[in-house]
Design a protein around this ligand. Structure first.
Ligand code: FAD
Ligand code: DLZ
Ligand code: SF4
Length: 508
């Protein structure tokens, strides 16, 4: 019987398991742009445009390679609203009930495909290095699922930067060298920017027309939209950005949105770049003496360590993960996350760049917007939906553990052994934001005090019962307890006043 092979927007890889299982002579590739996928959260217009353009180009290439591709465009009048309906429509037309698909990266879609009244076979996504089975075996019986140990297994499994059974340079982790604050200037020209071609131009018009109300813009669109371009970008970054990637990985600068970051997450996650291909290219640069060991190891750890570990957690923890909220935070997401005014320069800059680029780097996501949401007690589900919508690299398998787990501690500490919180001090040390801020980072109380300073202690005070015995937080509580009582009272009062203003919708 003829099979329909459903290829999703983030499955644009030649090596996809569903394509490998298909017969070019008889099977039909189904791809579709549908409102259901574009609207389950209000995705950033650049993310939608990137995916639609990349999907159209991938479909054209498959067709050129001899596949029968049935592609539904969003503005075709007979395109249904959901992927399930597309499958039913295509199945009826082809007189078949058999569907093959590589496992989607969101429980929502897995469940939808499992309940569509067709014979749907879901294959493993073997673009990832660790299978579900490997991760489950690794996790089995462990008290704590710490990434560092998983990463070592992955180094052994891939052989990346290994000398026999020992790590290159005799250390697994060179992070000690990777914590430099914002540099005076950046020597890398940033990600490769691509001219819009005909396919992309048509998609940009469509997205401008249909998604005008979504947060973000398609103006100044520069993303790669096919494998060839993504590879050009990768080579450009390895030459210009990788050598200093490690040093300034945690730094933040108001006028340097990309610093030395790779900007490859969106390409790998959509399938335009392969994770091992990227790591091997980085390893080769290090071997050739073109990148220091702290940069190469640090980067490879992000991909074979963090990225794989995060996916493992998503599938291990199951579909209820995104509704976890152990800290019982219930404040609404403030309007400044959607671009309304805030006096906090760090937040304002991070949101502005997110609006323009559908991108912010890890420390901006974790220690600015994420840190604020956690300290202020924002409902983690709303935080999760925001991150899922606004970043071009966001799909639930990778976004949810990073937000619910790493950033908001809403899973109770599966990923993070303590909450990622900081006062303004950390932001001041790592960035140049505070210089241009209406608040004073050195002020610990009073009308000009940096809100991160106030909320930091407020968070620790209100969650004392949960965290007081956490050995990594003992120092924080000791500092708080040593402060004189008047000072503590003033901090908590000022923090309450700030939160009241936030709740009232005042500009803060
Ligand atoms: P670089 O800084 O150059 O890092 C290289 C690559 O390593 C990334 O492209 C990515 O593939 C991988 N990587 C690094 N850290 C992680 C991580 N924690 N989890 C998974 N992969 C990682 N990453 C996403 O791909 N999608 C998301 O939706 C996403 N949401 C995040 C939300 C929060 C709150 C936080 C703290 C992190 C999130 N991350 C997410 C991880 C990380 O911030 C992005 O992968 C990274 O910023 C992408 O930019 P880059 O390609 O320039 O990365
Ligand atoms: C994110 C996204 C968007 C915006 N649109 C589509 C689409 O129209 N068609 C499609 O096949 N995929 C789209 N995607 C990606 C899917 O949402 C993604 O495959 C799932 O969330 C699983 O990761
Ligand atoms: Fe952010 Fe506080 Fe610095 Fe302002 S002073 S930029 S709010 S950390």
């Amino acid at each position: 019987m003829v099979k329909l092979v459903l290829v999703l927007g983030d499955q644009l890889s030649d090596s996809l398991s569903s394509l490998k299982a298909a017969d070019k002579g008889s099977d039909i590739i189904v791809m579709a742009e549908v409102m259901g996928e574009a609207e389950y959260v209000k995705h950033h217009p650049k993310k939608i445009a990137f995916l639609f353009a990349a999907m159209r180009k991938f479909a054209a290439r498959l067709e050129k390679d001899g596949w029968d591709v049935q592609y539904s465009k969003l503005d075709d009048p007979d395109t249904p609203a959901s992927l399930s309906e597309v499958l039913l429509q295509r199945a009826e037309a082809a007189g078949t009930s058999k569907v093959v698909v590589t496992e989607p990266g969101e429980w929502r879609l897995i469940e939808a495909l499992q309940t569509v009244p067709l014979d749907v076979e879901i294959l493993q996504d073997d673009r990832f290095i660790a299978s579900h089975k490997m991760f489950e075996d690794w996790a089995e019986g462990r008290k704590a699922l710490r990434m560092e140990y998983f990463y070592r297994e992955m180094r052994r499994k891939t052989g990346l930067m290994m000398e026999g059974d020992k790590p290159a340079g005799e250390k697994w982790n060179f992070d000690h060298d990777n914590r430099k604050p914002a540099p005076g200037s950046v020597e890398y020209s940033g990600p490769m920017r691509f001219q819009t071609d005909d396919v992309t131009r048509t998609v940009l018009d469509l997205v401008r027309d249909r998604f005008a109300d979504n947060f973000g813009t398609v103006d100044d669109f520069w993303f790669a939209t096919d494998q060839g371009q993504a590879r050009q970008h990768l080579a450009h970054w390895i030459k210009g950005g990788l050598p200093k990637f490690g040093d300034f990985q945690d730094a933040m600068m108001g006028d340097e949105r990309f610093l030395y970051h790779a900007i490859v997450g969106l390409y790998i996650n959509a399938g335009l770049l392969d994770a091992m291909e990227v790591c091997e290219a980085v390893e080769a640069a290090w071997k050739a003496g073109d990148a220091p060991i702290n940069a190469a190891e640090g980067f490879i750890r992000q991909i074979i360590g963090w990225r794989e570990y995060i996916r493992g957690i998503y599938f291990l923890e199951g579909p209820d993960y995104t509704s976890r909220n152990v800290l019982q935070h219930d404040r609404d997401l403030p309007a400044f996350f959607w671009g309304k005014k805030t006096w906090m320069a760090c937040v304002s800059k991070t949101v502005e760049q997110t609006h323009d680029e559908a991108y912010a780097h890890h420390i901006q996501r974790l220690m600015v917007t994420g840190n604020f949401a956690l300290l202020a007690g924002i409902d983690p589900h709303q935080v999760h939906e925001w991150y899922l919508a606004v970043y071009a690299d966001a799909y639930e398998w990778v976004e949810a553990p990073n937000v619910i787990g790493m950033s908001q501690f809403a899973d109770g500490g599966i990923i993070a052994s303590k909450p990622y919180i900081s006062s303004g001090n950390y932001i001041d040390k790592m960035s140049d934001y505070c210089k241009g801020c209406s608040y004073k980072v050195k002020d610990k109380t009073g009308p000009d005090a940096c809100p991160f300073n106030l909320l930091y202690w407020h968070f620790l005070d209100r969650h004392r019962e949960r965290f007081k015995d956490n050995h990594r937080m003992g120092n924080m509580y000791r500092v708080w307890d040593r402060m004189d009582e008047d000072r503590r009272t003033a901090v908590l009062k000022d923090a309450d006043r700030f939160l009241q203003k936030l709740d009232a919708g005042d500009i803060v």
